[in-house]
Write a protein that binds this ligand. Structure first.
Ligand SMILES: [Zn+2]
Length: 446
């Protein structure tokens, strides 16, 4: 059998050589000029390769063509490392005075806008969004904004983000431009329009099982990697109280989850009130975003269905500012939110719900994503648990544990360096000294 295949191949090759001598020659040239491998040797003073496990001292991470190739004891020089050809390019990144860990991951960002910038607290999202997304100019404007925010995010040490809601086409275009190497930015997994309750507008709103299926398929057609659904109203609106109802019916939420699943796509549900959290978790979403009023029942459902909590405690910085001028019912809602959000995140964690870090950057400042991890520690997680939330758990939530989240052989070479151990002081992650994504050095120590 094998000889027959070889013989046929030989015949085809001969025929090609006769018919297309130029093409065969070109193919042979391409073989000969295959680009040599590019190596990066990262000398790490300390290395936290797998958050949750112990750090090690003085190692060399050998990266080949953007992938972790091996991790060797000691600082290995370019002459000592086995490369696959004499032409291989070998660079060294000296982080021997630094603490190295996997690139951080933020599971809740909105790259297309930033509240408070130029007084536009709702550019690209909010009540007027249906009109806005129809505007090609807004889409292009948001693209420009998102490029800038993506770069801030990457420079802050975040090599992967999940973008949960940007209205229009620009965000999937940005993801692709980054993946193609045309723009610098984090690896983006993105939703397109956020699915909301409303008249079926062919974009992101739905109000029945059928129209919710249609809205979900519309996001998939736009290139969404994840579906974002608004399962309760906003936490900073009068309807954002603890016992607020879910805005969707259960069959509508299930329709969204099931439709997404036909393409192996997961659903992220924005939910503040307990009823909305529990209904969305029961319907099979992959993550509850914010989850401000999760309770014991929520913990049971979330653990049973493997639902992650993405806390976004960073928004408390905004609430602390906004509460100053608040009064009446709004003051009550904001105060209750501040009193509950952090403690209930800790309660969920203690009950065994997995926390995946998400900051709501866009609502909060871009590039300040690690503020979120400070909040986790201030509210009772250990620094190690906070780092796990921003690496290992985030990768699990994305279904990408085999590619990102740890520094292990075969995974993408996404890593950062800081001046001292974040296991002792989480705040050091707010000032990263080096960023490497896919083996490319984005930021190096001065
Ligand atoms: Zn958000």
């Amino acid at each position: 059998m094998i000889s027959e295949i070889m013989r046929k191949t030989a015949v085809v090759s001969t025929a090609l050589a006769i018919a297309l001598p130029g093409a065969v020659a070109a193919f042979a040239d391409a073989e000969e000029t295959k680009a040599p491998s590019e190596y990066l040797l990262v000398h790490a003073g300390s290395l936290l390769a797998v958050p949750g496990e112990a750090a090690v001292e003085q190692v060399t991470i050998v990266v080949r063509d953007g992938i972790i190739h091996e991790v060797l004891d000691g600082f290995v020089s370019r002459d000592e490392v086995d490369v696959d050809s004499d032409e291989a390019v070998v660079d060294t990144l000296d982080l021997s005075d630094y603490f190295v860990l996997p690139g951080l991951m933020d599971m809740h960002v909105h790259l297309s806008f930033e509240f408070g910038v130029d007084g536009q607290r709702s550019h690209g999202i909010g009540d007027g969004y249906a009109q806005q997304y129809k505007s090609a100019k807004d889409d292009v404007y948001n693209f420009a904004t998102a490029i800038s925010n993506a770069q801030k995010t990457l420079h802050a040490g975040y090599t992967t983000v999940r973008n949960v809601g940007s209205e229009g086409w620009h965000i999937t275009a940005l993801r692709d431009a980054i993946n193609d190497g045309n723009l610098s930015g984090p690896r983006i997994f993105t939703a397109a329009h956020t699915i909301r309750v409303g008249a079926d507008d062919g974009a992101g709103s739905c109000a029945s099982v059928d129209s919710c299926r249609r809205a979900t398929r519309a996001q998939i057609d736009m290139g969404a990697d994840v579906i974002k659904v608004y399962a309760t109203c906003s936490g900073s609106k009068p309807c954002g109280y603890q016992s607020a109802p879910s805005v969707f019916l259960e069959d509508e939420l299930r329709a969204i989850v099931e439709t997404a699943a036909t393409r192996d796509i997961r659903v992220a549900a924005h939910a503040h009130g307990t009823k909305g959290i529990n209904l969305a978790a029961s319907a099979g979403v992959a993550s509850i975003e914010h989850g401000s009023y999760n309770d014991e029942q929520s913990h049971k459902i979330m653990k049973r269905n493997g639902v992650f909590l993405v806390p976004t405690l960073s928004v408390q910085d905004n609430i602390h500012e906004d509460i100053v001028g608040a009064e009446g019912k709004m003051l009550e809602i904001m105060q209750a939110f501040l009193d509950n959000h952090g403690p209930r995140m800790l309660a969920a964690h203690k009950a065994g719900v997995k926390i995946a870090a998400g900051s709501d950057a866009g609502v909060t400042k871009h590039g300040n994503n690690a503020r979120e991890l400070e909040f986790y520690v201030e509210n009772g997680l250990t620094p190690e648990e906070a780092i796990v939330a921003a690496t290992v758990h985030a990768a699990e939530l994305l279904g990408m544990s085999d590619r990102i989240g740890t520094i292990e052989v075969g995974k993408a070479a996404d890593l950062i360096a800081v001046s001292s151990s974040p296991l002792e002081n989480i705040s050091v992650l707010k000032n990263v000294d080096a960023v490497v994504k896919d083996g490319a050095v984005v930021v190096a120590p001065q």
